[in-house]
Design a protein around this ligand. Structure first.
Ligand code: ADP
Ligand code: ADP
Length: 229
């Protein structure tokens, strides 16, 4: 159970150029809110504020009513799982990469996370370009497969809050569909903030927030936004 709330959040990297100009929304416990908007609209900035890489210059962000300004970054990282756009793999097996940061997880738990993310067939493989044994090549993972490793890692960690930075824009539509399914599975029942580039990938979100020029230009369900044009 975690409720994430942005309350009249203001932010600028440089004073002359406000990026967020009074952003308010709530992600209810277990629900999914998607943030969409053109490149540069401030979508990723919202997630950076949530992890306290930066502090809001006005308003506040709360988790379960507690202002995150008083919460250690480590605690935020433990509570919030991030599925990034680009995943850097460590120099070890895919299984190790999934287990990374949750060393106490059992083999079965790692396998189950891999299965949910549809990456289980690669669990023992070494990624290409790493210290593979002489004579072996290592596996070249596609962008989509790398992202599924990140999804499996997040499933295994099991944080109550998720931030998904969608990478699906660069993938072909079949891979996009598969990633979307995996993301839907990992976000089910968790409080989820999706950073999306296109409306078409966030059909299932409980609320979609459209950012434009630092403000919320529109908000509603996918159907309602489509109806508005
Ligand atoms: P989005 O995720 O919607 O594409 P971002 O939140 O990444 O947008 O960025 C919003 C705006 O802030 C962009 O115009 C970007 O150039 C600017 N910006 C991002 N990071 C910095 C930074 N560290 N310093 C100055 N400007 C930044
Ligand atoms: P994408 O279009 O998502 O970037 P790729 O074209 O990179 O995907 O890869 C498609 C599939 O082929 C993946 O399953 C990937 O693991 C496999 N693959 C690509 N290149 C190689 C390679 N050199 N050796 C082994 N498998 C490869």
């Amino acid at each position: 159970e975690a409720v994430v709330r942005f309350e009249d959040v203001h932010f600028a990297y440089v004073p002359e150029r406000p990026i967020l100009r009074g952003i308010s929304f709530t992600v209810p416990a277990g629900r999914t809110v998607a943030i969409v908007g053109p490149s540069g609209a401030g979508k990723s900035t919202l997630s950076r504020l949530l992890f306290r890489f930066y502090e809001p210059q006005g308003g506040r962000i709360t988790i379960d009513g507690q202002d995150i300004a008083g919460v250690q970054q480590d605690s935020l990282r433990a509570a919030i799982g991030m599925v990034p756009q680009d995943t850097v793999l460590f120099n070890d097996t895919i299984g190790y990469n999934i287990r990374y940061g949750r060393w106490e997880a059992s083999e079965e738990e790692v396998r189950e996370a891999a299965r949910l993310a549809q990456i289980d067939r690669f669990i023992a493989a070494l990624p290409e370009g790493y210290d593979t044994p002489v004579g072996e090549r290592g596996l070249k993972l596609s962008g989509g497969e790398k992202q599924r490793v990140a999804i499996a890692r997040t499933i295994l960690k099991g944080p109550p809050i998720l931030v998904l930075d969608e990478a699906t824009s660069a993938l072909d539509s079949f891979t996009e569909r598969e990633i979307q399914d995996a993301l839907d599975r990992v976000s089910r029942g968790r409080t989820t903030l999706v950073i999306a580039h296109r409306l078409s990938t966030v059909v299932g979100a409980d609320e979609i927030i459209v950012l434009d020029q630092g403000r919320i230009a529109e908000r509603g369900t996918h159907l309602a936004l489509l109806a508005q044009g």
